[in-house]
Design a protein around this ligand. Structure first.
Ligand SMILES: [Zn+2]
Length: 212
C-alpha cells in the first residue's frame, strides 16, 4: 500500500467512527470537535507560535497549537493536519516525538504534493517536562513522507471523496461555493476536485520529489 493510501484509509476510518458518534456526515466536518471528542486533543489558537509555523502538535500533552493570525479555513486545515500526525505517526507508528512543528510550506493548502518541506523539532512545551524522550533521527525522506501523509489525511478528513462527489453532483463545480460548503480554502477545494478528476488540472503537475 502506498503510504498516502494508508493516510486516506486512516482518515476514512476516523470519519466512520465520527459518524457513529454524531450521525450522518455532512459538510463542513466539525474538525475541532472531532479532535476533542475522538482524540482528546485540545486546540490552542495562539499568537505564541514561531512566525514560521502554522501549527504544532505536542503529542504527549495532546495539544494542537494553531496560528491565530490565519484565516479560519486555514486553521481548520492545520488542525486536520495535526490530527493526521497524531493518528498516523503517534498512534499508528508509535513515534513518540515530543512535538511536530509544521511550517507553512509543510502544511500545504492542497494535499502537500506540491510543497512539502518538513520541519520536525524537538521542542518542549513550557510548563511541561518531557523527560527521557529520544526522538529517533528521521531521514529527510521520512520527514517529508510524514508531512505529505498528514496533508493527505487532512484533505480526506475535511473533503471526504464521497461527500465531494455528492456536492458536485448537486451544486456543480463552482469552487467558491464548494469551498464555502466544506469550509476549506478555494485552493484546497480546487486541488481536491482535480485529484478526484472532477476538474481538469489547472497547470503542470509536479512531483513533490521534483526528480521525475
Ligand atoms: Zn506537519
Amino acid at each position: 500500500m502506498r503510504w498516502t493510501e494508508f493516510a486516506v484509509k486512516e482518515a476514512r476510518q476516523t470519519l466512520v467512527v465520527w459518524e457513529a458518534r454524531v450521525g450522518p456526515l455532512k459538510p463542513p466536518i466539525a474538525v475541532e470537535d472531532l479532535a476533542d471528542l475522538l482524540y482528546l486533543l485540545a486546540i490552542d489558537v495562539t499568537f505564541d507560535l514561531p512566525s514560521t509555523l502554522a501549527g504544532r502538535l505536542y503529542a504527549e500533552q495532546r495539544i494542537i497549537e494553531v496560528r491565530r493570525n490565519d484565516p479560519p479555513r486555514r486553521q481548520r486545515f492545520t488542525i486536520a493536519h495535526e490530527i493526521g500526525h497524531y493518528r498516523l505517526h503517534v498512534v499508528a507508528e508509535g513515534a513518540l516525538t515530543s512535538s511536530y512543528a509544521c511550517s507553512d510550506t509543510a502544511i500545504s493548502k492542497s494535499d502537500g504534493e506540491r510543497h512539502a518541506v518538513p520541519a520536525l523539532h524537538d521542542a518542549s512545551l513550557p510548563g511541561f517536562s518531557v523527560p527521557h524522550l529520544v526522538a529517533p533521527q528521521l531521514s529527510p525522506r521520512d520527514m517529508r513522507r510524514r508531512e505529505i501523509e498528514a496533508n493527505t489525511f487532512a484533505t480526506e478528513l475535511l473533503m471526504p471523496a464521497q461527500l465531494v462527489e455528492v456536492a458536485v453532483a448537486r451544486y456543480g463545480t463552482a469552487i467558491t461555493d464548494l469551498a464555502e460548503h466544506f469550509e476549506v480554502s478555494r485552493q484546497a477545494m480546487q486541488y481536491r476536485l482535480e485529484k478526484l478528476h472532477l476538474l481538469p488540472p489547472s497547470g503542470p503537475q509536479t512531483s513533490f520529489l521534483g526528480e521525475r
